[in-house]
Design a protein around this ligand. Sequence first.
Ligand SMILES: *Cc1c(COP(=O)(O)O)cnc(C)c1O
Length: 451
Amino acid sequence: MAAHTEPLRNQADLLRRGLADLRAQDAELASILDAEVTRQHRTLSLVSSSCAANPRILAASASALVNVTAEGTPGKRHHVGCENVDRVESLAIRRARELFGAQYASVQSHSASIANYQVLGALLEPGDTLLGMALDHGGHLTHGSPVAFTGANYKAIRYGTTAQGEIDYAEVRQLALAHRPRIIICGATAYSRVVDFQRFRAIADEAGAILLADISYIAGLVATGRHPSPIDVAHVTTACTHKQLAGPRGGLILSGRDAETKVPGLRATFSRVLEQAVFPKMQGAPAVNMIAAKAAALGYAMSADFDAYMGRIRSTADAMADTFMARGYQVMGGGTENHSILLRLPAGMTGSIAASALERCGIIVDKKRATGETRSSFVANGLCLGTGSIAQRYIDAQGCAEVVDLVCRILDQVQPLSEQKYHLELALQEQFRFQVEALCAMYPIADYRSN
Ligand SMILES: *Cc1c(COP(=O)(O)O)cnc(C)c1O
């Protein structure tokens, strides 16, 4: 095998050589990567917590920055050779602060779950009480679920939603005053109403608690002013860069008005405590290549293009909710104020069956437990659906209604046999799949269009 003799001068050389070598020397992996591009191209995703990262964001992550060990923060590294790393991290921090109007931003967290653990690890002692939203009411694992680290390491109290599917603020207040948690976590996943951060802060202040807002699920709507921002309302805000921000997998820790406030019971300010929460407390050297990709995503999120994208996310979500309801499905909360809906399926149909049958027809959805479900989340009585990918494909409200109609027609043909087994005529599957592929070809994911 001939060694390459041409030096790699820049990022383009690196990517070109990398792809050529991968194809030539690791065909097994290269073919899987190709297959995934094709799968995403040919299937219609209605997953509420993901969308497609723009190739330029992916290219930024595949950079030589991965080779640099850079514990610390810009200007305060434990290593030398960090001049470009410092520039890239400073750029990401500056963009994160600008996009969200934050005083403080940390861009090193490997994911939003990790960001939450870092914030909790910095502000709580093991065994302290936290109050978070229950998983089966739309909360996240990291908000105090018994199966996660937060639930095991802290005394986790959980609030839920009312029968109408709205956060039960009266219950939040009552639990906060009864248990006096060190921290209250708000911001949901699989929740389609506006989160009233002001109301949470008033409760936190009354109960003497710190307020953490986790906007992973709605970061794009917050960034473009389509959902109230918690930055100056909560003491600390966390977010991820891979859901609505359409960026790389990763987390952000932000703080606004309270960045320089002293943490209750500590001598240090929030920004100081948060800085140490990431390194050295819970992470080693940051993934600087991913920070570059975050910078690219944050830059994109400040564009007019992104603003228009978030506009389409909202308008198509209303069409999605309305069409399901017109078809007789129960949309929790009777509509949506963000990009997502939680659907309760009719008796007999389970989330497991619906997700599997739809996948066979080329439509990707998440099963989800709607309030009151006692069976496992592998079975589930509902689906959580969102319009992130619909909007990226420039499918409009009318088109979204047609997609929902197609989903309903598929589900109409499914005959459940048990909680997870069902029958769907093979010929019908193929027919539906053909329709979905035609739709995907007609509305390619914008950033994947070849030009
Ligand atoms: C998705 C999500 C997370 C987890 O994000 P990861 O980066 O996958 O760990 C945390 N909180 C909320 C509210 C989420 O929706």
